[in-house]
Design a protein around this ligand. Structure first.
Ligand code: SAM
Length: 266
């Protein structure tokens, strides 16, 4: 089951309540104009589409308050803050990294060969013994039109270590939807939000396609079918109109993909 929003996540975050989600797993903007190096920027590579300013100020004023809100309502928040602006984030409870032995750039002191991973709260899988906080990364991410796609195998490995089958994973900055693909392939529920219509549409296609793939854990291989694993409560996940406390739920109508679109910019 998945729900996708094409919105600024600030528009929906206030409706998020304790218990709506089990895990936040996200790769926020890094405050570096969507690219990891001056050479790439100079060559016009890797820039984001223009829905937001990917600057340190944006991280501080927009991204960090979103992360703080999520930490306040969800007991397990895992994110990759990038190398340049991680000091703007609240201090994590646990720390790890993606170690990239092949190095992906050059820093003042040497190679850029690791990306930080920040962990807040507790592991939603209720395990921590034997669970790594760092991962060696040798895999290349797919090219799909987004400037900073995360590699799917590594992303799945991490998600499988921090969550359980059937739990609900939220990615407020889903980009091209790698977290959603990983979640569905691992039989987690997924809620994703992306501000850019261009990236949203890439994510929507990838996630729909992942939902149609055979799964090791579900009896049916067609999770878009309205009769399979589709309940009113699931439909209502993380929507302001849901009122599970009084048993009032929105009409159990397919389709299973919830698409919300931003109004045009003034
Ligand atoms: C680092 S990228 C995520 C890439 C993703 N991990 C992937 O594999 O494709 C961060 C994304 O956050 C989106 N974003 C930035 N500000 C946002 C906001 N306020 N609400 C929702 N999405 C936002 C950007 O458009 C960008 O696609």
């Amino acid at each position: 089951m998945f729900t996708l929003h094409n919105k600024d996540v600030r528009e929906i975050i206030e409706s998020l309540k304790h218990g709506d989600i089990d895990v936040v797993f996200t790769d926020p903007p890094y405050g570096i104009e969507g690219s990891s190096g001056k050479i790439n920027l100079a060559r016009g590579k890797g820039n984001y589409s223009s829905e937001f300013e990917d600057t340190p100020e944006y991280i501080e004023k927009v991204v960090v308050p979103i992360v703080k809100k999520l930490i306040s309502v969800c007991g397990c928040v895992v994110l990759t803050p990038g190398n340049k602006n991680f000091s703007l984030y609240p201090q994590p409870d646990s720390f790890g990294c993606f170690y990239q032995p092949a190095a992906v750039g050059l820093q003042v002191f040497g190679n850029l060969d690791a990306q930080p991973i920040f962990y807040y709260g507790k592991n939603a899988s209720k395990k921590n013994m034997g669970v790594p906080c760092s991962y060696q990364l040798t895999e290349k991410a797919e090219k799909n039109g987004h400037p900073c796609v995360k590699p799917i195998k590594a992303w799945k490995k991490m998600l499988s270590n921090i969550s359980l089958v059937g739990q609900t994973v939220f990615d407020p900055f889903m980009g091209s939807g790698t977290t959603g693909v990983a979640a569905l392939q691992l039989d987690r529920n997924f809620i994703g939000c992306e501000i850019s219509p261009e990236y949203y549409s890439i994510a929507e296609k990838r996630i729909q396609s992942a939902a149609l793939q055979p799964s090791l854990f579900t009896p049916s291989n067609n999770r878009l079918h309205p009769d399979v694993g589709d309940s009113p409560a699931q439909q209502a996940l993380f929507t302001p109109e849901a009122d599970t406390a009084e048993g009032k739920l929105p009409a159990p109508a397919p389709p299973q993909v919830k698409r919300t679109v931003r109004p045009p910019l003034a």
